[in-house]
Design a protein around this ligand. Structure first.
Ligand SMILES: [Mg+2]
Length: 211
């Protein structure tokens, strides 16, 4: 079985990082909820969209080293390694931000994966040649198709439901904050542990039988 994983807000959790950065820079009140959307909505509401843009550039760039992985990611990868399940990371990420300071976002993301210990082939089955950063959503869909993923996990329902997304791939929505209502055709998990449990049961059977 081949499993594809999104990177931003699926492997990396940015919520605490955005809250820390925004409070440190006195852009938001200390009482702001620790979520990325709360920070974004607040800055938009007070007419500081440009601050949000710059904050994102730094969070995905030089400040990424302060971000943490979602709980359960390493256990998931370790299980896949033992079960001989192939893992790829496929991310929609431009090399440089559309606006603001031109940090190299691909470099930052790869450095973070090394720094966090993901790139350990023996333990997690991951290496640099299994990580793809695609500048467009179309490119990401193409990559998922060409890698022949059986399952893909992503936090964006609009991406999973896009017409370009390969129809043969089982789509799973990663929704740790339970933000989205149900979407037809999407399985939904609230954590990596739940994703692993689901894979061990119905999806593994489904993927084995369709392989
Ligand atoms: Mg994402």
């Amino acid at each position: 079985m081949i499993v594809g994983l999104d990177f931003d807000n699926t492997i990396v959790s940015y919520d605490a990082l955005f809250q820390q950065m925004a409070i440190e820079e006195k852009l938001v009140p200390n009482s702001i909820p620790p979520t990325k959307t709360a920070i974004r909505d607040y800055l938009r509401h007070i007419g500081k969209e440009n601050f949000w843009t710059e904050l994102q550039s730094r969070a995905y760039g030089p400040f990424l080293k302060r971000a943490i992985p979602f709980p359960g990611v390493f256990e998931f990868l370790s299980h896949c390694r033992k079960a001989d399940i192939s893992i790829y990371v496929v991310s929609h990420k431009t090399q440089f931000p559309y606006q603001g300071t031109q940090y190299n976002l691909h470099e930052s993301a790869l450095e973070w994966m090394f720094q966090q210990g993901f790139m350990c082939q023996e333990k997690y089955g991951l290496s640099e040649d299994r990580v793809f950063f695609e500048p467009t959503a179309t490119g990401k869909c193409y990559r998922i198709r060409s890698l022949k993923c059986d399952v893909f996990l992503d936090d964006l329902p609009e991406f999973l439901l896009s017409v370009e997304f390969p129809s043969s791939v089982h789509r799973v929505l990663f929704d740790p904050h339970q933000r989205t209502s149900s979407f037809q055709g999407l399985a939904r998990v609230g954590s990596w542990r739940e994703f692993l449990q689901c894979m061990l049961s119905e999806w593994s059977n489904r993927c084995v039988t369709t392989a």
